[in-house]
Design a binder for this molecule. Structure first.
Ligand code: FAD
Length: 583
């Protein structure tokens, strides 16, 4: 029998040590002997990504989409964590928008579950309910606020998409076991079933998750913290489906007054997370008879269900001091580790990948200086620190210590049942959002926000991708796809002949694509123009009236301004890292 000590180990590995249930059938990908092993030659590659989890795969897919060559190494030959767990389940609007651009969203939407209603309970009472669809900040995107789907499905779709796109050499059963940093490149040693080999990389992306060896190899420094909060997941298929809503109990009478989460995922599988006692034994709490007893406490003695998977977990919070050391970039769980509350782990790994992909592409294609890559740390470290802070607050609310913290929580629950204002105090997880960049040297003070994937009308079929018809509906992502890794200049409203001429010149001399955005009654002057009948494109760019917005390939605003003049040229230079502004 395992002692509670094993849970402490689980806590620090942030992983799963035990499983029960039938589990999931996951794909296996073939190992192919790499050219280095055949020839003995040590080749140099512009980009080597270590780790084909959700982060590494998103980066590889985004690079492939932009036609950039990369090698992707993974020690395993499947998706999911060591072939067993469903781990991440909840994917937010920004991630879904990114997946739409990468060409895997349709499959995610078809397989996953859309939800927007959440209910929070304490004891037998509902404390409050919300409907995300009614919250204006989510309403305009072509993607829903959230989709629930097992993480390994997304990973599997990304793998297939990468195979389809080409450009990326996906190497399974390839564990990085050695690393040496040189001036302008690094050497990696890779262990495979056919033997070890070495390769060189100009840019190494460490997406190898919370066990990464690169922290030690690079001498990375970080702030790391772990508590004694313990959980146990049950992935369950019921005979009679509960409502498709997110239910959260801060204090569940059927779980010793500890917290419980309940969500539906794909394949009619429910993810139920039970908070355990701090000294719980992970092996005991994940035993099938104990899990069944817990399910009966919640759903009644006669509950008919199949247990698909069980996994006890604990978490730590960690944030690196810098996300770039020499040629190594840290992303996903190697950059930061957060508690799962708010679905900020995988979602922000996806955003890390999307942030670096276009920058690497711009630098490798000679469209921007290498210094553009420094902005990755500026932007994503700010996001990482924020996500760690937000999730730490939730963790403290859910595992309130005796004394002031618990008194505060009890008072907050009491107030929230009666008063709207007090609902803000209930913190069962602040769901992941697209982080805003306020310290970035490549964003103007007017920029740094994410632009939603809102709809517009094509005015001219030629402007659209795939031969879109005049009058057909397009979205912001169509414009980004058309820009193909270049910056997008959107100019709103009437423009003068001189401004139109300047935009044409800009389009032929700088890596930008210019589009005029007009209202239904405005005269178009630019060849490339779209109609924004309800002002959604303008609203998503946070500008009013006559204005321009400079949108980056990752759907972030670099800057906004009023007239098409030197200010726009300056903003383009800044966004490409040519001119550095004081943040
Ligand atoms: C219970 C739980 C629930 C969660 N829920 C959510 C959620 O709803 N939404 C969400 O967004 N996030 C969620 N998360 C967080 C999310 O699962 C992680 O943040 C995410 O998996 C991190 O992805 P990654 O690609 O950075 O790392 P990983 O998924 O850990 O992938 C790392 C990859 O690197 C490979 N690797 C490791 N070492 C090496 C090496 N030396 N050489 C080669 N390859 C190597 C591994 O095989 C693996 O494929 C949850 C986490 C937990 C524990």
């Amino acid at each position: 029998m395992t002692t509670p000590h094993a849970y402490r180990e689980t806590a620090f590995t942030n992983g799963y040590e035990f499983t029960q249930g039938a589990g999931y059938a996951l794909p296996e990908y073939p190992f192919t002997e790499p050219p280095e092993l055949k020839t003995g030659e040590v080749r140099r590659h512009p980009i080597v990504i270590v780790g084909a989890g959700i982060t590494g795969l998103t980066l590889a897919c985004a690079l492939a989409k932009l036609g950039v060559e990369a090698v992707l190494l993974d020690e395993d030959n499947s998706v999911g964590v060591k072939g067993a767990s469903s781990r991440g389940i909840c994917y937010t609007q920004k991630s879904l928008e990114i997946f739409q651009r990468l060409g895997v969203y349709e499959r995610i939407a078809a397989k996953g579950i859309q939800w927007s209603v959440g209910r929070t309970f304490a004891g037998k009472d509902e404390v409050y309910a919300f409907d995300l669809r009614k919250q204006s900040n989510f309403g305009l995107s072509a993607q829903p606020p959230f989709i629930n789907i097992q993480q390994f499905y997304i990973e599997g779709y990304l793998v297939q998409r990468i195979y389809g796109l080409g450009h990326v050499d996906l190497r399974w059963k390839s564990r990085v076991v050695g690393f040496k940093q040189h001036g302008d490149h690094a050497t990696l040693t890779v262990e495979t079933p056919a033997g070890n080999y070495r390769l060189q990389a100009e840019h190494v992306i460490d997406a190898s998750g919370s066990h990464t060896p690169f922290h030690a190899w690079c001498g990375a420094t970080m702030t790391s913290r772990r508590g004694d909060d313990r959980w146990c997941i049950a992935d369950v298929r019921f005979k009679h489906r509960p409502p498709i809503e997110r239910h959260t109990w801060i204090e569940a009478p059927f779980n010793g007054n500890r917290a419980v989460w309940q969500h539906l995922m794909a394949d009619d599988v429910w993810r139920i997370d039970y908070q355990m006692e701090p000294n719980a034994d992970p092996e005991y709490v994940s035993r099938e008879d104990v899990v069944r007893e817990r399910l009966q406490q919640q759903f009644g003695k006669d509950v008919a269900c199949e247990i698909v998977w069980v996994g006890p977990y604990a978490y730590r919070s960690q944030c690196l001091d810098t996300l770039r050391i020499g040629s190594v970039f840290f992303m996903g769980d190697t950059a930061k580790i957060v508690s799962p509350f708010g679905a900020r782990g995988g979602n922000t790994g996806v955003a890390d990948a999307d942030n670096l992909a276009w920058k690497l592409a711009a630098v490798l294609k000679g469209r921007a200086p290498a210094s553009l890559l420094d902005s990755y740390n500026e932007e994503r470290h700010e996001a990482a620190a924020q996500n760690v802070q937000v999730t730490n607050r939730t963790a403290r609310f859910l595992r309130a210590t005796d004394g002031v913290e618990r008194l505060f929580r009890t008072a907050a629950i009491g107030l929230a049942k009666q008063h709207l204002f007090a609902r803000q105090l209930i913190n069962t997880g602040r769901m992941a959002v697209a982080n805003t960049y306020t310290h970035s040297s490549i964003c103007d003070r007017s920029g740094g926000q994410s632009v939603q994937n809102v709809a517009f009308r094509w005015a001219d079929g030629k402007a659209g991708t795939n031969g879109t018809r005049p009058g057909a509906v397009g979205t912001m992502n169509d414009l980004l796809e058309w820009a193909n890794g270049d910056l997008l200049v959107l100019v709103f409203g009437d423009i003068s002949a001189a401004a139109s001429q300047r935009l044409r010149q800009l389009g032929s001399h700088a890596p930008v694509r210019c589009v005029q955005v007009i209202g239904p009654d405005t005269q178009a002057r630019a060849k490339e123009h779209i109609v924004d009948p309800q002002g959604h494109v303008q609203g998503s760019c946070h500008v009013f009236g006559h204005a321009w917005a400079l949108v980056r390939p990752d759907g972030y605003l670099a800057a906004t301004g009023e007239s098409v003049d030197a200010g726009l040229i300056q903003a383009i230079g800044q966004a490409l890292g040519v001119l550095k502004d004081t943040p």
